[in-house]
Design a protein around this ligand. Sequence first.
Ligand code: S3P
Length: 448
Amino acid sequence: MKNKHNINKNLNNVKYIVTRASKPIKGNIIVPGDKSISHRAIMFGSLSNGVTNIKGFLEGYDSLATLQAFREMGVSIYGPKNNKLCISGVGIYGLKNPNKQLYLGNSGTSMRLLTGLLAGQKFDTTLTGDKSLNNRPMKRIANPLKLMGAKIKTDKKGLPPLQIIGKRLKGIKYIMPIASAQVKSCLLLSGIYAKGETKIIEKGLTRDHTERMLKNFGYKLRKKDKTITLVGGSNLQASKIKIPSDISSAAFFLVAASIVPKSELLLEKVGINPTRIGVINILRRMGADIKLLNKKNWSNEPVADIKIKFANLKGIDIPIDQVPLAIDELPILLVAAANAEGITRLRGAEELRVKESDRISVMARGFKTIGVQNKVYEDGIDIIGAKKYKGGYIKSYGDHRVSMSFAIAALRSTDDIIIDDCINVSTSFPNFKTLLNNLGIKIKEVKY
Ligand code: S3P
């Protein structure tokens, strides 16, 4: 699959070799900017009138894929430099036909959100991605978009490449069958281009960065309980966006500090949006020692420093309502579970099967390799806390969060853990290895 693996098609792949932590993990760290917010900042900045300045942008392949797509559609974007971007917005009707297919690498968020905003353009587009992205379900967006009058072609199984034929759209009322922020955001973006009102009724609470950012860009939107309503045709006004650190990236360090005795870490300026803090709620229930300090607000998003100390974790039944609020952190939470006393049960997490990999199977296989007992269900997994487990060779299936989860698991394994296919860690967390090295952890990267 060389040449099809990521946005930078010329890179070699890498393996990680990670050694058990020999001492407590201590210090202050800053993890990179929030991926979800970075995507949205480019999208809304590009579609607005005026110049948008962004600080704290994630320079990972996923958000860079979105950036590149807007450049191909004629938007002038300066940077990124030191995580700063300056976007000269073209207005909601100012995008140009890219006249070539847009390659979105590994990024589901780029593909699903872009489809929403491209469905109502005056030109046609084709979206494609790497092997993993081209295997991810798109009917979840194509079906409601068709109800709005869009024309989206997928293959027979509903998979990308997506061919989007620009159409006039009309607003709809849509009751979401799955809890998905990507589907919700896709429909809100197409709603901007639709005639009349678009009303979305959520199945469960999911991340609300799109709603918050629409407000930053001066777009009116109503939200009542699980119903979000907007009317198409208004303009977006340029804004200033300061992006907090990504709680999904912070999660690896929250678990690292929780499982290595005597550790203590301060994670600075992390986004603590209530729709993203499932990982904190779940870890606290397992007995983690977490304090939120220095709370503030950046561009309509709550931010805090997170202090975390080692604690003796216990297994729990993960509350189902927390699953969408921790959807990207479930793999690393399973590593916390492997180091806890007793059984942890995860259910209602069938969405994990259609992420960058089938995260239930891939995590289960990895755990089996290192001797952590588990039982797989269609919508989840039971992890039997092991406290002691061995090293081994883990296949990550190119899934960034699986790679990073097993790197953290290695901090407590008796022998080294070797993880293959780790290049996609750069989709969300380009300096993961450097930050671990800076904390005194032995993680080696081997090119192959
Ligand atoms: C995201 C939403 C989630 C999440 C993904 C980012 C977003 O996906 O897993 O990493 O930025 O909207 P779903 O909406 O498919 O659950």
